[in-house]
Design a protein around this ligand. Structure first.
Ligand SMILES: *Cc1c(COP(=O)(O)O)cnc(C)c1O
Length: 397
C-alpha cells in the first residue's frame, strides 16, 4: 500500500467510530463495472456498493439527470410537491403493482415505515397495541431499532433488544415453523423473498404461496423486504414477481436510485385505506427531488435498455462459471442464490480469499463468515464474469 493511502486510512481509523472492518483501500472513482483507488489502481467490481449500483458507474444519461436536478432544486421538504417525486412514485407503482408509495432515505427506514403501516392496520382493526410480528431466522432488515427487532441474526440484536416489539422468528421455507408462531395477535409476517445478508437463500414458491394463503385467511399482512433482491437483481424487477406471490406491503432501497440514497415502502390500496394517515409518519428528506430524479431516471433506463432482460440472459452464465469452481474445489461446499445475487459456500471463513482478490484487482464481499456473495452491477457481461472467475480461481488456489 502506498504511504499516502496508509496516511488516509490511519486518519479514518482515528476519526471514525469503529463499527466496520474496512478493506484497506481508499476508493476514488468509478467507470462502468470498474472502480479505481486513489493511486489509480483498477478493480473489477462484483460488490456494486452492496447491490446498489445496478447500472454500474456513470451509465449514459444517469449523471445528467442527477446533475440537472442539482442545478434546479435538491430539497423541498414534504410540505410541498415536487415533479421528480411524482414521476418516481408513478414509475414505482407501475413496476411493483403496488398502489401507494412512501419515500424514505434508506432500506432500514423503509422497513420501519412498513412495520408502522402493519401495526396501524392492526390497531385500527382491534383497538389494541399488543400485536406480534413474525420474521425469519437469518433475515436482515437494517440497523435501526425497529428493523433490527425483526432481523433474524441474534448477534446484531442482542445488545439492543431493550427497545423492540413482540417478534417471533420462524425458518424460511419451513411453513410449519411459521404456523407455530401464529397467534391471534399476529399482525404481519416479514421476509426477504431472497435472503441477502443471511446467505443468498431464495424462498420457495410453495412456501410463499402457503404463507400468502395463511395471511389471507387470518388477515395478517405479508411484508416483503425487497431492499436487496429487488430492482431487477433476480431477473424480475421485484423478486416476488417470479412466483406471482404479491405482498400487502413491500420495501425497496439499495438499487432504487443507484447510488443517491433512497428507499421506499409501498402498499396496496386495501392496506392504505386502513393504515397510516395524516400525521402518522414523516421524513424530512424522503422523496427529495434529487433522489427522486435519480430514481425516475433509473426506471426509465431499466425500461429503455431492458436491464431486467439482460439479467435473465447473463445470470445463468455466472451460475455456470461458479458451479465450475464448486466442482473444482473441495473447500467449496455449495452454491446459492438466483439471478445476479449468488453465493459460494466455503467450508471455512472467506475473508482471506476476499483480501487476496482485492489485491489482484477484484472486489468481492461475504454474506456471513463462510459465503462469498456476488452482487455485481446488473450490466456485467460474460467477459466480466470470465475475468472475475479467472482472478477468483487463483485466489482460492
Ligand atoms: C441493506 C438491507 C437493508 C437495510 O438497508 P439500509 O439502506 O442499509 O438501511 C434492509 N433489508 C435488506 C434485505 C437489506 O439488504
Amino acid at each position: 500500500m502506498s504511504e499516502t493511502m496508509k496516511t488516509y486510512i490511519d486518519q479514518a481509523e482515528n476519526d471514525l467510530l469503529h463499527t466496520y472492518n474496512r478493506y484497506q483501500v481508499v476508493l476514488d472513482k468509478g467507470e462502468g463495472v470498474y472502480l479505481y483507488d486513489i493511486n489509480g489502481k483498477k478493480y473489477l467490481d462484483f460488490v456494486a456498493g452492496i447491490a446498489v449500483f445496478a447500472l454500474g458507474y456513470h451509465y449514459p444519461g444517469y449523471d445528467e439527470a442527477v446533475k440537472n436536478q442539482v442545478d434546479k432544486l435538491i430539497h423541498t421538504s414534504n410540505y410541498y410537491y415536487n415533479l421528480p417525486a411524482i414521476e418516481a412514485a408513478e414509475r414505482i407503482k407501475k413496476a411493483s403493482g403496488m398502489d401507494r408509495v412512501f419515500f424514505t432515505n434508506s432500506g432500514a427506514e423503509a422497513m420501519e415505515g412498513a412495520m408502522k403501516a402493519a401495526l396501524k392496520y392492526a390497531w385500527l382493526k382491534t383497538g389494541k397495541n399488543d400485536q406480534e410480528i413474525i420474521a425469519m431466522n437469518h433475515s436482515f432488515h437494517g440497523r435501526t431499532l425497529g428493523a433490527l427487532a425483526v432481523t433474524g441474526t441474534p448477534k446484531y440484536r442482542e445488545a439492543f433488544s431493550a427497545v423492540g416489539g413482540n417478534v417471533k422468528f420462524a425458518e424460511l421455507n419451513d411453513f410449519d415453523s411459521v404456523l407455530a408462531c401464529v397467534t391471534d395477535k399476529t399482525c404481519a409476517i416479514i421476509m426477504e423473498p431472497v435472503q441477502g445478508e443471511g446467505g443468498l437463500l431464495p424462498a420457495t414458491e410453495d412456501f410463499l404461496k402457503k404463507v400468502r394463503a395463511l395471511c389471507d385467511e387470518k388477515d395478517i399482512l405479508l411484508i416483503f423486504d425487497e431492499v436487496q433482491c429487488g430492482m431487477g437483481r433476480t431477473g424480475y424487477i421485484y423478486a416476488w414477481q417470479r412466483y406471482g406471490v404479491k405482498p400487502d406491503i413491500m420495501t425497496s432501497a439499495k438499487g432504487l436510485s443507484c447510488g443517491v440514497p433512497m428507499g421506499a415502502f409501498m402498499m396496496t390500496e386495501r392496506v392504505a385505506q386502513s393504515s397510516l394517515t395524516s400525521g402518522d409518519h414523516g421524513t424530512t428528506y424522503g422523496g427529495n427531488p434529487l433522489a427522486a430524479a435519480a430514481c425516475a431516471k433509473v426506471f426509465e433506463i431499466f425500461e429503455q435498455d431492458n436491464i431486467v432482460e439482460h439479467v435473465k440472459q447473463v445470470a445463468p452464465y455466472l451460475e455456470k462459471r461458479l458451479m465450475e469452481l464448486y466442482e473444482k474445489y473441495d473447500c467449496i461446499t455449495g452454491h446459492r442464490g438466483v439471478g445476479l445475487m449468488q453465493g459460494l459456500v466455503f467450508d471455512r471463513p472467506v475473508g482471506e480469499i476476499i483480501t487476496k482478490a482485492l489485491d489482484k484487482g477484484l472486489l468481492l464481499i461475504n454474506a456471513g463468515p463462510n459465503i462469498i456473495r456476488f452482487v455485481p452491477p446488473l450490466i456485467i457481461t460474460e467477459q466480466n464474469i470470465d475475468d472475475m472467475i479467472a482472478i477468483l480461481d487463483t485466489c482460492i488456489e
